[in-house]
Design a protein around this ligand. Structure first.
Ligand SMILES: Nc1ncnc2c1ncn2[C@@H]1O[C@H](COP(=O)(O)OP(=O)(O)OP(=O)(O)O)[C@@H](O)[C@H]1O
Length: 951
């Protein structure tokens, strides 16, 4: 690259961040030669010469003034659809802005009218603020944006959010006006990789049977735009590979093509309901630099929920074009009910409610739609019983309202183009058509009402099924009380691979079974106990395919869990793979749980059944006032009714019940056995094994008894008993600038310390600058000092009795361990094993802290500048100093990319006093500026100088 090209390049990079909005509102636009020279790494006077030359050539826009400023013409023309043909040198900034504002093109008007699309979604200043900040950074990140993964449970608004990202990209001019948003749901053809490949990337003629013509794929359609891959975790490995090639290199092939690659520039947004820890997301997390998590409805503040309810009601009013009156209690129920399907379900429920209201309005000839609580379906109605839920907030929200809220049609635009959840259009039309039909053939209003009500009911049931089918989470929560999530995820990953090898699908039950087996195994290994059985070996020999898959499973488990699994275990794993999920039409051993208490037995059985996806486990509850004979008789009846010929296992909570089995067998001739002192994990394991075809009652009892001490014991101590929860505790995080790094450290702690919520520990970043502004420590933290566990960061607040843990101790010392100990009394978890020397630790921790920067790249540049700076300043390189510098600067780069610049009062004075340090810091930042396309302003340099000043 010659000098002129370097300068032009730097000008392009800087101008790229300018939005249309800046041109109309901002009165200080353009870049001076000094800024451009720093980024181009060309000395100032040469840069100035080249810039003037570029302006003469018409490539740069020049705005005379003090200092003279420059802009890249092509970028401005692109975002503003302007033509600078007649002038690209302006005498003053005002002239430039005037020219810009009088240039009269239809396109410009349209764009000017646009406002930030994100402002239109509910929660943009509240619970979605962080997500939106991340999304904007992803869209604006030069040169082509960052591929992004949006996670969150069903119905939280992932698709909506992705569409907003697209609209924002148009608004910001980072994609051309005609660029498309193309949406593809990966779960639709998840079982047919060939079809997915062809849908996404296109195919050649004859690429597979039925491929009669050459066809372009969705990637081609979304070239220069955005491709949203919904349920991205369902993408088969073949398609993943091709997708990664596209993401990394911008190339792909149509299915059937072997000779050439095609090119496309596509920003990929993946959406998924999978938990971020899920093994299915691992490959994506490695490749996708930005992950945005959207909160569930439950996690959002009540005012936002209220806004959503009002928004959806107004939508409906506009759809039917009839005013709607809603009773206050209906609103209260919507605020309080348990809405597992999130915003999508809330919207659906409100739409159906309005449909019911509309039906009454139609059939009884009312003037307006009136909705009272008797319209509410049961699951919403029960919200009214949820009195305790956010009580004060709700009282405040509804306090000044009359009994009825009235909504009238409003003139407004719907901002979404895609919406899977919208029922309205058809619904009211369907109701009207049906009404007209029945009315014509002579039905009375009330009969029509009855008939159509039934239809709505059916509709509602379908909808509920959808949400319940996806309501997997609470069950998993139960499961994670018994099995560590780490073990579960490893099991899931191992079985996903075994699945591919065996060409078979495993159920969740299989994953749970394997995870439980591994938990027990880890305990056995640590106590040095290895079980070897001839019989198991035989099974392995007879099932060579499963044997091979079992070897793979062992390898994956060893790697993921960092343990050594003895070879002997392969036999077990083979047996597991050969027998799990097989046909269930054979005879099974019956299982009954007997436990004292009103519902102890039923709830244990329920957990086991729902986890294993069966109803095989039965329960007999024993309220304390019921006589033993009565229970015995009940048990005898149950044993008789469930025995399939293989006997029945009784799982009892107390030794006194152990005699039951003998009596029952005598009376019924049905073989029974008892196991005492049961717990939920033991019941799950017993039920799972009772379903295996080769299992006998005798072996089952032996297995459970042998495994008993290991089942359900937490291996890593990661899960704690909710009963241990104490008063809320707080950790404060701090940093030199009062922003940025403190927030990042908080994020790092949240990522590193599992189960903070369970221990009721809150992490609060503190704005140190407030201390300067308002004097005194009081404003920094409003709670009492007694609640504080520690202050963590780069600035010691010197609060007496509260330990301060400097950031470097988190990384190189045992800071994490200290915090963990003071929270829970537990020893540190997996963190303890972490390598604690060398630069890889920095990179690893930066990965946890940075939102979208590549940690390796950021570390490399910042570390280089640090080494240079320490040398130039002639000071000692200490770990503490290095850590502060690295973390502060990496966070700063992220902020600057997002145009988030910190002010520094008295910077001029500081520079004057310490000119030498200032120049050196500035000099060592040049590479960073170039590498990330940023300019580090003086105010930010002030903070970096402060880091050295404290030395
Ligand atoms: N912030 C919001 N403001 C207004 N409406 C919203 C908002 N977020 C989501 N919605 C609405 O909620 C419904 C569900 O949103 P969306 O389809 O985007 O969710 P999702 O997470 O993609 O769901 P799924 O997991 O089922 O694909 C849509 O009807 C959407 O219009």
């Amino acid at each position: 690259m010659n000098r002129k090209e370097k300068v032009y390049n730097a000008l392009g990079k800087l101008t790229q961040n300018i939005l249309l909005k800046d041109l109309t509102e901002n009165s200080d636009i353009g870049f001076d030669a000094e800024t451009i020279s720093a980024i181009a790494q060309v000395d100032r006077s040469n840069a100035s010469r080249e810039l003037n030359e570029l302006a003469r050539e018409g490539k740069a826009i020049k705005i005379n003034g003090r200092p003279v400023k420059f802009l890249d013409r092509s970028h401005l023309e692109q975002i503003a659809k302007l033509d600078f043909e007649n002038g690209y040198i302006f005498d003053t900034l005002n002239d430039f802005l005037k020219f810009f504002n009088t240039a009269d093109t239809a396109e410009k008007e349209k764009i000017e009218k646009m406002s930030d699309p994100f402002d239109r979604i509910i929660g943009s200043r509240g619970s979605l603020a962080l997500a939106i900040k991340q999304a904007k950074a992803a869209i604006l990140y030069p040169p082509k944006g960052l591929h992004t993964l949006i996670t969150g449970p069903t119905g939280v608004g992932k698709t909506t959010f992705a569409e907003m990202m697209y609209q924002y990209a148009l608004y910001a001019g980072s994609i051309p006006n005609d660029a498309k948003l193309v949406i593809f749901n990966c779960s639709e053809y998840a079982d047919n990789p060939q079809l997915i490949l062809s849908q996404l990337f296109g195919h050649t003629k004859g690429a597979f049977t039925g491929a009669i013509n050459e066809k372009a794929g969705l990637v081609e359609m979304s070239d220069r735009g955005i491709l949203l891959l919904d349920e991205i975790h369902r993408l088969p490995p073949e398609a993943q590979e091709m997708l990664f090639l596209l993401m990394d290199k911008g190339i792909y092939r149509r299915l059937g093509e072997t000779d050439k690659y095609r090119q496309a520039t596509v920003l990929i947004i993946g959406a998924t309901t999978e938990n971020i820890n899920s093994a299915l997301l691992k490959t994506f997390l490695r490749r996708v630099p930005m992950t945005i998590n959207l909160p569930s409805l439950e996690e959002r503040p009540m005012e936002e929920r209220m806004e959503l309810i009002e928004e959806f009601l107004i939508n409906e009013v506009n759809n039917v074009n009839v005013p709607v009156k809603v009773h206050k209690d209906v609103i209260r129920a919507f605020l309080q009910y348990n809405c597992t399907g999130n915003i999508g379900q809330l919207k659906g429920d409100i739409q159906l409610l309005c449909a019911r209201g509309f039906l009454d309005y139609k059939t009884y000839g009312k003037k307006e739609i009136e909705i009272n609580i008797n319209f509410l379906p049961e699951h919403v109605y029960t919200g009214l019983l949820n009195q305790e839920k956010s009580r004060n907030e709700i009282i405040n929200l509804l306090r000044y309202e009359k009994d009825y809220y009235t909504f009238t049609p409003q003139d407004r635009e719907n901002f979404l183009t895609v919406d899977n959840y919208d029922l309205s259009d058809n619904l009211y039309k369907e109701i009207t058509d049906k009404y007209n039909h029945y009315f014509k053939i002579g039905y009375s209003g009330s009969s029509i009402n009855e008939i159509i009500s039934e239809d709505i009911e059916k509709y509602l049931k379908e909808l509920m099924k959808k949400y319940n089918a996806e309501k997997e989470l609470p069950v998993k929560e139960e499961l994670f009380k018994i099995i560590s999530p780490k073990v579960y995820n490893a099991a899931e990953m191992a079985l996903t691979l075994a699945q591919q090898k065996l060409n078979r699908t495993f159920s969740t039950r299989a994953v749970i079974g394997l995870a439980m087996h591994i938990s027990a195994l880890i305990e056995r290994i640590s106590s040095g106990e290895i079980i070897y059985s001839e019989e198991i070996n035989k099974i392995a020999l007879n099932n060579p395919e499963e044997f091979r898959a079992a070897k793979l499973v062992r390898e994956v488990l060893q790697q993921e869990l960092e343990i050594n699994i003895p070879k002997e275990e392969i036999g077990f794993l083979t047996m597991f793979l050969s027998t799990v999920d097989s046909d269930t039409s054979y005879k099974k051993i019956g299982v009954i749980v007997l436990a004292h208490g009103e519902s102890t037995a039923s709830s244990i059985a329920n957990v086991a059944n729902s986890l294993l996806g069966t109803d095989h486990c039965r329960a007999i509850d024993m309220p304390l006032d019921v006589k033993v004979e009565e229970i015995l008789n009940k048990t005898i009846e149950k044993v008789k009714s469930i025995d399939e010929g293989k006997g029945v296992l009784l799982l009892v909570d107390m030794g006194s019940l152990i005699a039951f089995s003998e009596i029952i067998t005598k009376k019924t001739n049905i073989p029974t056995k008892s196991i005492e002192n049961i717990s939920t994990p033991i019941v799950i394991e017993a039920v799972r094994k009772s379903l295996l075809p080769e299992m006998s009652l005798y072996t089952l009892v032996e297995d459970i008894k042998n495994a008993n001490p290991y089942i359900g014991r937490m291996v890593s101590g990661e899960v704690i008993n909710k009963a241990d929860i104490t008063e809320p505790k707080v950790i404060l995080t701090t940093c030199i600038s009062g922003k940025g790094a403190a927030v990042k450290i908080a994020q790092l702690l949240r990522n590193t310390l599992p189960f903070l919520d369970e221990y009721n520990v809150k992490i609060k970043p503190v704005d140190i600058t407030e201390k300067v502004n308002q004097a005194g420590n009081k404003t920094l933290y409003e709670g009492t000092i007694n609640d504080l566990i520690a202050v963590v960061g780069t600035v010691d607040l010197q609060l007496s009795g509260v330990p301060f843990i400097p950031i470097d101790e988190l990384i190189i010392g045992d800071g994490i361990k200290k915090i963990e100990k003071s929270i829970s009394g537990l020893n540190a978890g997996p963190y303890e094993k972490e390598e604690i020397s060398g630069d890889s630790v920095f990179v690893k921790l930066l990965e946890g802290m940075l939102t979208f920067l590549d940690a390796k790249k950021a570390f490399k540049f910042v570390n280089d500048s640090y080494i240079m700076l320490v040398k130039m300043l002639g000071i000692n390189d200490t770990r503490q100093l290095k850590t502060r510098y690295i973390f502060h600067n990496c966070c700063m780069i992220e902020r600057l990319i997002q145009n988030d610049i910190l002010p520094y009062s008295g910077i001029e004075k500081l520079i004057k006093e310490k000119r030498d340090i200032y120049e050196k810091v500035k000099y060592t930042l040049i590479d960073i500026e170039e590498a990330f396309g940023i300019k580090v302003p003086d105010t930010e340099i002030g903070y970096i100088m402060d880091i050295f000043d404290t030395q």
